[in-house]
Design a protein around this ligand. Structure first.
Ligand code: SAM
Length: 391
């Protein structure tokens, strides 16, 4: 493909990405793969170049752009070498009309940028949400140890005890250590949050929003496979992905519970007031992971935020009913919005008289409300809020 044709391809894909963001359709990665599946003439260099153009445009536009072309023009404004390729030639984008619309820049749609600013995320801290994330792994202590494990490439040791950092796109999933479960891909912040949960051998631990088990596997490792580990979720497909991952990691998950949304208390009745630890890795807007999913900020609406925060509040109450007296609850979101972090946790502490917030200190991050927050700009991790309370 010519450089001009690559830009036109990126514009076409961006049109699909914008349409999908408005209609809650397929994610950008899938749309990019679909586009290339029907264009066999494109080689791997073309794919990489087009993908980079698409994501550069997604990162450059705060609000949802009116069109793929307007989005790409935003990138071209800052890169004159791209602007000259709008030459109207064969497979090339039409020449730029100075009067045509150019998408707005910024971090996010205005209401969302304001909500972040109100949560203390502005300026350089907000801009860092649009950088590219590195690739972090966790050495699985059920099978190996960071100090003695030899890997094809040397990684940078992270603050998390078993964490190593590599450049984005390092092919770790092709390494033997990945195939045999000695390493897992997991953001360093996520590893710290799991360490903070402090699951111990012999405990009864409930992972209330286990998904495909990223944190469940870390909990199993911390427990040394001793005790009772329960993985729950309302999403059957995600939960089904946990079993093969647990097998690969040598992790014991004693019970897997598929729950109906709104009926979690019934589904977990046998564990009422029994758990030493309940981890609520709650569904959230994911503002802390925009480095990995920049287009997700185009999908959010105030109504969606309200829907998600209501679920979080309910899950905190469900979790409180599962914790034994003297046990603990850990609330985590990968969001930097206070509505899903300090504000949500404070509201829980105010309505649950048994709960006592527990001071948190991690090697990275800082206090936010009664909990703790990690941010990409200051900590080099995904953005997280974590709150811990004893009951
Ligand atoms: C942040 S993700 C979990 C990620 C997972 N813990 C990990 O580390 O890979 C949030 C999960 O909450 C689940 N969820 C949504 N509503 C829920 C509910 N009412 N009860 C439990 N889980 C719910 C979603 O299906 C999703 O898997």
């Amino acid at each position: 493909m010519t450089p001009q044709a690559r830009i036109q391809a990126a514009i076409d894909i961006l049109d699909a990405v914008i349409g999908a963001a408005r209609a809650q359709g397929a994610p950008a990665d899938r749309l990019i793969s679909d586009w290339f599946r029907t264009r066999r003439f494109a080689g791997s260099k073309d794919r990489r170049a087009v993908r980079d153009l698409v994501y550069a445009a997604v990162r450059a536009c705060g609000p949802v752009p009116v069109s793929g072309r307007a989005a790409m023009l935003r990138v071209a404004q800052a890169q004159p070498e791209l602007a000259v390729l709008f030459d109207g030639g064969r497979h090339a984008p039409a020449p730029i009309d100075p009067a045509e619309p150019v998408a707005d820049g910024g971090i996010a749609p205005a209401w969302l940028a304001q909500a972040l600013a109100d949560s203390g995320i502005a300026g350089a801290e907000a801009e860092a949400l649009m950088e590219r994330a590195p690739l972090d792994i966790r050495v699985n202590t059920l099978k190996a140890d960071r100090a003695s494990l030899t890997l094809p490439l040397e990684g940078e040791p992270l603050a998390a005890a078993q964490g190593l950092r590599y450049p984005a796109n390092t092919p770790v999933e092709g390494w033997d250590a990945y195939a045999d479960g000695r390493i897992e891909v997991q953001d360093g912040g996520s590893q710290l949050v799991c360490a903070m949960a402090d699951a111990r051998p012999g405990e009864t631990v409930i992972d209330l929003c286990a998904g495909a088990g990223g944190k469940t596997l870390a909990l199993a490792a911390a427990m040394g496979n001793r005790g009772t580990l329960v993985a729950c979720d309302v999403d059957r497909a995600r939960l089904q992905r946990l079993a093969p991952r647990a097998t690969r990691a040598g992790a014991m998950v004693h019970d897997t519970v598929l729950m109906n949304p709104g009926r979690e208390v019934e589904a977990l009745a046998k564990y009422a007031a029994k758990a030493d630890l309940v981890l609520i890795d709650a569904p959230c807007t994911g503002t802390g992971t925009w480095r990995r999913n920049p287009e997700s900020r185009w999908r959010l609406t105030p109504a969606e935020l309200a829907r998600i925060t209501a679920i979080q509040a309910r899950l905190l109450d469900v979790a409180a009913g599962l914790v034994r007296p003297g046990g603990r609850l850990v609330f985590v979101t990968c969001s930097l919005l206070d509505a899903e972090g300090a504000g949500q946790f404070d509201a829980f502490l105010a309505r649950e008289p048994r709960a006592r917030a527990d001071a948190i200190t991690l090697p990275l991050g800082r206090a936010r409300g009664a909990g703790w927050r990690l941010s990409p700009a200051l900590d080099g991790t995904d953005g997280f809020f974590v709150g811990r309370a004893f009951l």
